[in-house]
Design a protein around this ligand. Structure first.
Ligand code: NDP
Ligand code: 8X3
Length: 248
């Protein structure tokens, strides 16, 4: 199997690349940080193809895809994992630039990658697309504003893919994790404030990147007649809370 992973330079994406390669598959690993890509490629050897790619830049996407060697082009699995949250400010204080970046990455980038790789899967009559959603796509929380909304888009886009792809042999899954530690997610969200990022996970046993990688691997290797439409997973220590009511 050949898996194409966006955002493989850290977190879930790097763990997914390791999981697929460990199980005998090939991984196209992509991201913006060349040094990280080269290090992971060196670790994984010939089973990995590093591709410098910014999902927010259509020229970068087409240049990267055009450079894929012929024997790597039959991509079986696309994992749209590249994504980010920026800040936890309430909507009336949040930066519009942060909002635009989240929309460009989590929505437009994911859509562009899907549109680029989907036709070949349909033509071959098989393929799996796994989109990284989030519990934030279903469950609102203070400061989640645009991040949660981008993940709601990911979920509905994935389900609409299912509607279009029935009968093509191509599968689509929205994989929506909750609290997950050991990645750069909170460091990115809190703009490099590592102390505040560490506090997000204090006193918890969060999911790990390996948990998500194993789940993605399971979804991708199910028999072809099975499509997991959506899967939401949380650490056992996380759950739902009551609705918020401001009392006088
Ligand atoms: P990390 O910050 O550890 O990794 C994010 C990856 O996305 C990096 O490899 C980064 O690579 C890449 N990326 C960011 N922007 C771009 C871009 N413009 N073009 C290409 N690649 C990009 O985060 P996680 O591994 O934790 O998160 C991965 C996904 O899972 C995200 O979509 C996130 O929203 C989602 N998620 C995370 C949860 C968590 O708690 N950690 C929970 C639920 C969902 P580079 O900077 O090199 O480009
Ligand atoms: C990441 C999980 O709860 O920080 O998508 O939004 S959360």
């Amino acid at each position: 199997m050949i898996v194409f992973i966006t955002g493989a330079t850290a977190g879930f994406g790097a763990a997914m690349a390791r999981t697929f390669v460990r199980n005998g598959h090939r991984a196209i690993i992509s991201g913006r940080r060349a040094d990280r890509l080269q290090a992971l490629a060196a670790e994984l050897g010939e089973a990995a193809l590093p591709l410098l790619l910014d999902v927010t830049d259509k020229v970068s996407i087409s240049t990267a895809l055009d450079s894929i060697p012929a024997d790597w082009q039959a991509i079986d699995v696309l994992i749209n994992n590249a994504g980010l949250a920026l800040n936890v400010a309430p909507a009336h204080e949040a930066s519009l630039e942060d909002w635009d970046t989240m929309i460009a990455t989590n929505i437009s980038g994911l859509v562009a990658m899907t549109r680029a790789l989907l036709p070949a899967m349909v033509a071959r009559g098989s393929g799996t697309i796994i989109n990284l959603g989030s519990v934030a796509g279903d469950t609102p929380y203070p400061g989640g504003n645009v991040y949660g909304a981008t993940k709601a888009f990911v979920e509905q886009f994935t389900l609409n893919l299912r509607a279009d792809l029935v009968g093509t042999g191509v599968r689509a899954t929205n994989l929506a994790p909750g609290l997950c530690g050991g990645t750069e997610f909170s460091n990115v969200r809190l703009k490099g404030n590592d102390e505040a990022a560490a506090k997000v996970y204090e006193g918890t046993q969060p999911l790990t990147a390996e948990d998500i990688a194993e789940t993605a691997y399971w979804i991708a290797t199910l028999p072809p007649h099975i499509n997991v439409n959506r899967i939401e997973m949380m650490p056992t220590c996380q759950g739902y809370g009551p609705l918020n009511i401001k009392r006088k």
